[in-house]
Design a protein around this ligand. Structure first.
Ligand code: XUL
Ligand code: CO
Length: 419
């Protein structure tokens, strides 16, 4: 089989002192951090859409990167994509991948033909996975948003025929995911709408929902984790779904990435992550490779506190910038993202073992552990009890101590920079 990236070696860990751009400085797959090898803590995944298909096309210009993989027929290209993806994953030591159905195989004349061609590609992937069992599917999904038939939505379309088509497409995408042993299936409501899954009864045990507030449309009702949670509870689905949280979607919703992760963790619905970052000066989903170490550290702090990934992982829903157009840039961008998360994991582990931040929070809320606080928590105190308590107690200003925001931020810097 042809090698697609003959100039790229297997990427190795060389440590922070290395200046080799094609080496990991912080990601050391087998090193144990917070009780598990880094590769198990981080569970990196390659996104088929950006990496194998995204050629840099934008509103102002055509593609800049060649993602034809040397093939002109759609069938041959789909298979070449599989070979190239496996080579990329092997060279980077990435064990998982994620796809939309149409990233694997495009649409052909009819749905039946499209399905048959998709089967050929999933058969081919299954064969390759058998030969190399280190490669696993993290999740699959359906692309129910780019074809013109979805111009008015998919699950939300005014046309019942489009709705039925969508259901058929999703059914097939779920089957493809199950066939390849996927750990989850992601619903993203950008144009699709979630009614599809409600009415087609296709919910799997390991489903994820990915919030996003806007883009492609102005108002999306899957706005953020809290909104999606309300939606799931309304339909009694909150035990069946977990959140797939994307950093750039969090910031589009005017939240921090950590806020979204914490809301999910607090509500027992943390599932998986689409790892990327947005540009704070732009108001759209730029899907950049994550390099902001504050964000990855606070993210991994939430992941560790949630008990780590179960069926989820860190999928790089990220693309190299349009100007980074060479095959080598695929590797540079994944190395940047993987190292940023490796640093994040190392820092998060230290934040927890250092204990200063957690201890501060514990002390701040200590009044809830005994006396009137414990009674309130236990549901024993009535409004009348609290009135009596407050009248007897008098002014309560003295019960407060400083929030120490600056001290805490400085502790975080101290932990980060004394790794
Ligand atoms: C879109 C997005 C998608 C989902 C899967 O904003 O993030 O790539 O992750 O459809
Ligand atoms: Co995403």
């Amino acid at each position: 089989m042809a090698e697609f990236f003959s100039s790229i070696p297997v990427i190795k860990y060389e440590g922070a002192g290395s200046t080799n751009p094609l080496a990991f400085k912080y990601y050391n797959a087998d090193e144990v951090v917070a009780g598990k090898p880094m590769k198990e803590q981080l569970k990196f995944a390659l996104s088929w859409w950006h990496t194998m298909g995204g050629d840099g096309t934008d509103m102002f210009g055509v593609g800049t990167a060649d993602k034809t993989w040397g093939e002109s027929s759609p069938e041959a290209r789909a298979k070449a994509k599989v070979d190239a993806a496996f080579e990329i994953m092997t060279k980077l030591g990435i064990e998982y991948f994620c796809f939309h159905d149409r990233d694997l195989s495009p649409e052909y004349g009819s749905l039946a033909e499209t399905n048959a061609k998709l089967d050929e590609v999933t058969d081919y992937i299954a064969e390759k996975m058998k030969a190399d069992p280190t490669k696993k599917l993290l999740w699959g999904t359906a692309k129910c948003f780019d074809h013109p038939r979805f111009m008015h939505g998919a699950g939300t379309s005014p046309s019942a025929d489009v709705f039925a088509f969508t259901a058929a497409q999703i059914k097939k995408a779920v089957e493809a995911t199950v066939k390849l042993g996927g750990k989850g299936y992601v619903f993203w409501g950008g144009r699709e709408g979630y009614e599809t899954l409600l009415n087609t009864n296709m919910a799997l045990e390991l489903d994820n929902i990915e919030p996003k507030p806007k883009e492609p449309t102005k108002h999306q009702y899957d706005f953020d984790t809290a909104t999606v949670l309300g939606f799931l509870r309304k339909y009694g689905l909150d035990k069946d779904f977990k959140m797939n949280i994307e950093a750039n979607h969090a910031t589009l919703a005017m939240h921090t990435f950590q806020h979204e992760l914490r809301v999910a963790r607090d509500n027992g619905v943390f599932g998986s992550i689409d790892a990327n970052q947005g540009d704070m000066l732009l108001g759209w989903d730029t899907d950049q490779f994550p390099t902001n170490v504050y964000d990855t550290a606070l993210c991994m702090y939430e992941v560790l506190k949630a008990g780590g990934f179960v069926n989820g992982g860190l999928n790089f829903d990220a693309k190299a910038r349009r100007g980074s157009f060479t095959p080598e840039d695929i590797f540079h961008s994944y190395i940047a993202g993987m190292d940023a998360f490796a640093l994040g994991l190392r820092i998060a582990d230290k934040m927890i073992s250092d204990g200063r931040l957690d201890k501060f929070v514990e002390d701040r809320y200590a009044s809830w552990n005994t006396g009137i606080g414990a009674d309130i928590i236990a549901g024993k105190a009535t409004m009348a009890d609290l009135e009596k308590y407050a009248l007897e107690k008098g002014e309560v200003l003295d019960s407060l101590s400083s929030g120490r925001q600056e001290m805490l931020e400085s502790i975080l810097n101290n932990i980060m920079f004394s790794l």
